[in-house]
Structures are given as C-alpha cells and as structure tokens.
Ligand binder design. Sequence first.
Ligand code: COA
Length: 147
Amino acid sequence: MMIRDYQPGDFQQLFSLWQELDMGGAERGDSPEIISQTIEMGGRLLVVEDPASGELIGSSWLTFDGRRIFLHHFGIKKKYQRKGYGMQLAVESLRVIRQKGYQVKLEVHQDNIAAIRLYEKLGFCSFPGYDIYMIRKPGEIEPDRFV
Ligand SMILES: CC(C)(COP(=O)(O)OP(=O)(O)OC[C@H]1O[C@@H](n2cnc3c(N)ncnc32)[C@H](O)[C@@H]1OP(=O)(O)O)[C@@H](O)C(=O)NCCC(=O)NCCS
C-alpha cells in the first residue's frame, strides 16, 4: 500500500470510503472545495492507495487552524482493517504533525474501542467529562434573536 497526498480526482472514491465508515457526508461540510481550503491553510489529507488497482483504502485528514492540528476522517476500509494499515497511516500522520510542530486534537466516540486503542497507543490522552457542541447549519445562525 502507498500513502500519498490527496488529489482532486480522489474525491468520489474518498467520499464513498467515508460513507462506508460512517465518517463523512455533505451534512458535515465535506466537499472538494473544503478539502482544498484546508490544504491551502497548511493542512494535509493523506490517503492510502493500493497501487496495483488504484483503490483508496484509507484516509487521514489533518487540518490546521494556525493554533492546532485537528485529525479528522481517520479510517481504513472495512475489508482491509486489522492488517496494520491503520498503524502505518497513523505513523505517517504523526510524522507530518511532528514536522509541523503543533498540538494535535481529535474526537472519537467512547464506544469506538478500535480507534481508542490505536490513539492511546500513539500517545493521545483523553479529557473525560467534555462534550462536543456544534452548530451544523451556519445559515441558521441568528445572533439577533438573543439581543
Ligand atoms: C480505527 C481503525 C482506523 C484501525 O485501523 P486498522 O487498520 O484496523 O488498525 P491496525 O490493524 O493498524 O491496528 C493498529 C492497532 O489498533 C488497535 N485496533 C485495531 N482494531 C482493533 C479492534 N477491532 N479492537 C481493538 N483494538 C483494535 C490495536 O491496538 C491495533 O494494534 P494490534 O494489532 O497490535 O493489536 C479502523 O478500525 C477503522 O477504520 N475504523 C472505522 C473508522 C473509525 O472509526 N475511525 C476513527 C474515527 S475517530
């Protein structure tokens, strides 16, 4: 397997992979434009490709907001899981993070034992008691309602 940077032609295959892994979708704001924007801002989107077939079997999306790196959409296609590819992709991601030299943060569901084991092995530590809050639809934000 080969780990390389995302190219715009990868989007459809990547989108299918994210759907299979329940990691992405239009409601999360995942689009080719958003990906390009994160890369322009200093992020990286690594993909794992089977060089023989061109099949994309994994992704690790590192976004950078000027303060921290955020790890999103880290996953390996179901039929290729438990073969060490997740660890290989994680190692490559850590190389990128180390080279950039910023703190890294991620979100993981408490029932996702596979991912939690992997992240803890890599040195990530959790912050029990915190919840995630989001506003999914920016067009529905109405600041004037509260004044
Ligand atoms: C988490 C994930 C990326 C791991 O990828 P993978 O290629 O299967 O992982 P690897 O084979 O490289 O395993 C690396 C380590 O992860 C942990 N791990 C992986 N699968 C596991 C499982 N089913 N149960 C427990 N630990 C597991 C183990 O610590 C493993 O090391 P070991 O093989 O020495 O025990 C994969 O399960 C996945 O894509 N899940 C769906 C997407 C997802 O939930 N991503 C995380 C979003 S926050």
